[in-house]
Design a protein around this ligand. Structure first.
Ligand SMILES: Nc1ncnc2c1ncn2[C@@H]1O[C@H](COP(=O)(O)OP(=O)(O)O)[C@@H](O)[C@H]1O
Ligand SMILES: Cc1ncsc1CCOP(=O)(O)O
Ligand SMILES: [Mg+2]
Length: 283
C-alpha cells in the first residue's frame, strides 16, 4: 500500500528553502575523497553552491581531517590502494566524531573489488548513499546491468534496492531523469521524486560525483532527508535553468555552475517540483 503525501511535500519544500539559506550562512567545510576525474568540477560546484571544499585524501591526513570537517564525501570512482586506506580512516573518524558522510559507490555494480570496499565501508554507517540506479542496485546485491560508470537502469527500478540499503544509512538517492530518494518521513519509509534537470547533465562527467559532494554539504546544515532532497533539488533546478540557455555540454557545464550560484529562495519557490509517497511496503 502506498499513498501520495501532499502535506509532506509542502513541508519538505519549505525545509529545502531553509536548508539552502543555512548552507549560505554556514559555508560548511566538506572533505572530499574522490576520483581523479571529478576533483576540479566537484570543488567548483561546492564553491558555487556555498560550501567550502577540501580534497584531503592522503593516508596521513584523511582521518584527522574527517574530525575537523563538517561533512565527508567518499567516492569510489578511481580507487587506489592508498586512497582506499584513506577512505577507511576517514569513514571511521567521521563515524567516531558523529559527522555526516556520504558514500558514492561509483561503479560498484560492475566491479567486484570496489564493490567489496563499498560494502566494507557500510560498517561506518554513511548518512547517505548516493549513486546512479545501477550502482544502487549493484551495491544492494539486487543486481544490475552496470557496464561502467553510467547507469543502465531506470531510477524507479532501483527503489527496492534503495529500501534495502536503508538498513545501513538514513537516506538513499538514485539519480536520473527523475531522481528517486528514499528515507523515513515521520518514521515511515518514504519515496521522494525530484523532477527537473536536463538530459545534458549526464553528458558532463562528474555531475553525479558533484551531486554526492553537495549532498554531504547539505548534511552539515540540515537533517538527512531534507539535506538529500535539497541537494537533488538544487541540481534539478540549476540543470533545468542552464539548459534553457545552452544546448550543448561544454557551455551547459559552465551555465550549470552559474545557476547553482544564482539559486535563491525565489527560484526554489518557482521551480522546485517534488512529490512524496509514503511506502508501507516496497512498491
Ligand atoms: N535524463 C536526465 N534528465 C534530467 N536530469 C538528469 C538526467 N540524467 C541525469 N540527470 C541528473 O544528473 C545528475 C547526475 O545524475 P546521474 O547522471 O544519474 O549520475 P551519475 O553521474 O552518477 O551516473 C542528477 O542531478 C540527475 O538528476
Ligand atoms: C568517467 C569516470 N571514470 C571513473 S570515475 C569517472 C567519473 C564519473 O562521474 P559521474 O559518475 O559523476 O558521471
Ligand atoms: Mg556517478
Amino acid at each position: 500500500m502506498a499513498g501520495s503525501n501532499r502535506q509532506a511535500a509542502e513541508v519538505l519544500h519549505n525545509a529545502v528553502i531553509q536548508a539552502h539559506g543555512a548552507l549560505q550562512a554556514r559555508t560548511p567545510l566538506v572533505q572530499c575523497i574522490t576520483n581523479v576525474v571529478s576533483s576540479n568540477y566537484m570543488a567548483n560546484i561546492l564553491l558555487a553552491a556555498g560550501a567550502s571544499p577540501a580534497m584531503v585524501d592522503n593516508t596521513q591526513e584523511a582521518g584527522l581531517f574527517a574530525g575537523v570537517a563538517d561533512a565527508l564525501l567518499i567516492n569510489l570512482g578511481t580507487p587506489t590502494d592508498s586512497q582506499v586506506e584513506s577512505m577507511r580512516l576517514a569513514a571511521a573518524a567521521a563515524q567516531q566524531a558523529g559527522k555526516p558522510w556520504v558514500l558514492d559507490p561509483i561503479g560498484a555494480g560492475g566491479l567486484p573489488w570496489r564493490g567489496a570496499i563499498a560494502l566494507e565501508l557500510l560498517q561506518h554507517r554513511p548518512t547517505t548513499i548516493r549513486g546512479n540506479p545501477s550502482e544502487i542496485k549493484g551495491l544492494s546485491g539486487l543486481g544490475s546491468g552496470a557496464r561502467g560508470m553510467d547507469s543502465s537502469d531506470e531510477p524507479e527500478s532501483a527503489v527496492p534496492a534503495a529500501l534495502e540499503l536503508l538498513r545501513h544509512c538514513r537516506t538513499v538517492g538514485a539519480s536520473g531523469a527523475v531522481d528517486h530518494l528514499v528515507g523515513h518521513y515521520e518514521e515511515r519509509p518514504t519515496l521522494i521524486r525530484v523532477y527537473g534537470g536536463s538530459c545534458l547533465q549526464p553528458r558532463v562527467t562528474a555531475t553525479g560525483c558533484a551531486l554526492g559532494a553537495l549532498v554531504a554539504a547539505y548534511q552539515a546544515v540540515a537533517e538527512p532527508l531534507v539535506a538529500t532532497v535539497a541537494a537533488h533539488a538544487s541540481f534539478a533546478i540549476a540543470g533545468k535553468l542552464a539548459a534553457e540557455r545552452h544546448a550543448a555540454p561544454g557551455s551547459f557545464a559552465v551555465a550549470f555552475i552559474d545557476e547553482l550560484y544564482a539559486l535563491d529562495e525565489a527560484r526554489i519557490q518557482q521551480h522546485l517540483r517534488i512529490d512524496v509517497t509514503s511506502l508501507v511496503s516496497p512498491p
